[in-house]
Write a new protein. Structure first.
Length: 127
């Protein structure tokens, strides 16, 4: 068994695809539009779905905003340099919500950014 994808509901599919591809460097792997069911999907990730877990961005027609809720935590992405990743995100218009630094009570360097729908993305520096 393995994790295939995580689904995030988004309020503007083009805006979210732009964030995940242009700000975080993922690729669009496939898209689906289901007008009869009133939703569109974009699968984004760093590698082919046959080998990598990906994100499924789901846009439900007519819904432009979601509340992430208190149960949702974050998606984690490994990076070579968390500080440099934050600078790159900020330079591309992304929002850094926690600067790079050691995790509380530990030494692993992490940072957090936020996507346009308010979902947190943890950047974990490769050790």
């Amino acid at each position: 068994m393995r994790i295939l994808h995580t689904m995030l509901r988004v309020g503007d599919l083009a805006r979210s695809v732009d964030f995940y591809t242009n700000v975080l460097g993922m690729r669009v792997l496939r898209t689906t539009d289901r007008p009869d069911q009133r939703y569109s999907l974009a699968f984004v990730g760093y590698g082919d779905e046959s080998q990598h877990a990906v994100l499924e961005l789901t846009y439900n027609y007519g819904v432009d905003r979601y509340e992430p809720g208190t149960a949702y935590g974050h998606v984690a992405i490994e990076v070579d340099d968390a500080k440099a990743a934050c600078e790159a995100v900020r330079a591309k218009g992304g929002s850094v919500t926690r600067e790079a630094g050691p995790v509380k009570g530990g030494t692993t360097v992490i940072a957090f950014v936020q996507d346009p729908d308010g979902y947190k993305i943890e950047l974990i520096e490769k050790s």
